[in-house]
Design a protein around this ligand. Structure first.
Ligand code: FAD
Length: 418
């Protein structure tokens, strides 16, 4: 039996979840060693700016680190970058590393995130070897893209989700000719109501972005080391100087699955962030976890989820009992528009608008009965704060109350202790 001081916790994946988990584990009282292993060479860094301020060149690379090295040193967290964990030997509680080393653990956390979903085209693999064809997940990806952004260049983005639209906003502001190809009938279709999609399509078109919806890319025209054009099902041939594909994420679950852990669209964890092995926890984009507020399992791709679930995992690894119960929330920055969203809108019956979209300051509420399931707020931080409580606490409201922009939303919230 290992004593507390000589026990070893290992965290695989040094992204938002892994970095937070390592620090939180120490704060929760873990006395032994804490090792944070990451395939990328960098200390954990902020991913959201990769399609926003960092792509736009308005923040420095040095500002991307979530914490400085000194913070990990102070917490006694040993960071080992540039190393991949290839296998978990659960029987012996040992990891096999890409550099040939083996490491033993007492507790293990998987924070392996995900990777971009590849285009399912016959020559997609050949396109990936082309210098002007990109996915966007890592700092290395964005460095390659940034090096190719120049006014007048033709950028074709496949995918009208958040990442695609954020890249479109940054690139069009830098003077590129941007085309967005979305297979579904509207952008952001999986996550917002038609009104919001229409609003964002209009904002992009006003900025000069060519938004094309209902367009299926069926082939890529390659010339040597370059993608020259994208061919669409409707016969269109769209020439490109560079291509960015943002069509979703595949969770990195192979390591867990190969070790025999339960996996189903993410590593299955319980409300304590524990996997099907009591010595192994998981957090962040790679997990499929229960959400008792929504009454079902979820796999989320968001920084707040990664951070909050990591803190729960850390507490439980340190022997405390803490359950994860957060309402999902997200954000997206495009142009001067700060979109903040809370809740999940699936199954909503009505959409109520508050404020006028033409003013670029409004909110949209997704209702079922008299409860708000979700809200999208554009340049309305106060609405967002109130909406978070409306969703999390299941507060009953009427459509008229939500739509009444003359009355602050916080007046609909019960006073704490009242
Ligand atoms: P990741 O950040 O993906 O980290 C996982 C790490 O694990 C990676 O570094 C990976 O290399 C490493 N790894 C994987 N397998 C292994 C292995 N076997 N061995 C060692 N290391 C391994 N979210 C928001 O909430 N708001 C936003 O505005 C927003 N914008 C985004 C913009 C972009 C361009 C991208 C790509 C994402 C954005 N997201 C946003 C999503 C957000 O970044 C993710 O939800 C978050 O990064 C998840 O953190 P994570 O630690 O779970 O995974």
């Amino acid at each position: 039996m290992t004593d507390a001081a000589s026990s070893i916790a290992i965290i695989v994946g040094a992204g938002h979840a892994g970095g937070e988990l390592a620090i939180a584990l120490r704060n929760e009282g873990w006395e032994g060693r804490i090792l944070l292993l990451g395939e990328e060479p960098h200390l954990p860094y902020h991913r959201p700016p990769l399609s926003k301020a960092y792509l736009a060149g308005s923040v420095e690379k040095s500002s991307l680190a979530i914490r400085p090295q000194a913070a990990y040193d102070k917490a006694g967290v040993e960071f080992i970058g540039g190393v991949r964990v290839n296998a978990i030997d659960r029987a012996n509680r040992r990891l096999e590393l890409s550099d040939g080393r083996s490491l033993n653990y007492d507790k293990l956390a998987l924070a392996t995130g995900g990777r971009p979903r590849p285009l399912s085209l016959g020559n997609a693999a050949a396109a990936e070897r082309c210098a002007n064809f990109h996915y966007l997940r890592t700092l290395a990806d964005v460095e390659r893209i940034r090096a190719q952004l120049a006014p007048g260049k033709r950028l074709v983005i496949v995918g009208g989700g958040y990442i695609g639209l954020e890249v479109a906003a940054s690139a069009s502001a830098q003077g590129l000719q941007v085309t967005v190809l979305e297979a579904l009938p509207r952008v952001l279709q999986r996550v917002t109501a038609a009104e919001l999609s229409a609003y964002y399509e209009r904002k992009h078109r006003e900025a000069g972005v060519d938004i094309r919806t209902g367009v299926q890319v069926v082939d890529l025209e390659l010339a040597g080391e370059r993608v020259d054009a994208l061919l669409c099902a409707d016969g269109a041939r769209i020439e490109a100087d560079l291509v960015v594909v943002g069509i979703g994420l595949i969770p990195n679950t192979e390591l867990a699955a190969a070790a025999g852990l339960a996996v189903d669209n993410g590593i299955l964890v319980d409300q304590h962030a524990q996997t099907s092995d009591p010595h192994i926890f998981a957090a962040g984009d790679c997990t499929n976890h229960p959400n008792h507020l929504l009454g079902r399992r979820l796999r989320l791709e968001s920084v707040p989820n990664a951070l909050e679930q990591s803190r729960v995992a850390a507490a439980n690894m340190a022997g405390k009992l803490k359950a994860y119960a957060s309402v999902p929330w997200f954000w997206s920055d495009q142009y001067e528009l700060k979109l903040k969203m809370v809740g999940l809108s699936d199954g909503f019956e009505r959409l109520v608008l508050r404020g006028d979209p033409a003013s670029d300051s409004f909110s949209a509420f997704y209702l079922k009965g008299d409860k708000v399931l979700a809200a999208d707020t554009v340049n309305r931080p106060q609405d967002f704060i109130a909406a978070k409580r409306l969703v999390a606490e299941g507060i009953a409201v009427s459509d008229a109350q939500l739509a009444d922009d003359a009355r602050p939303l916080k007046e609909l919230l019960p006073t704490p202790g009242a």
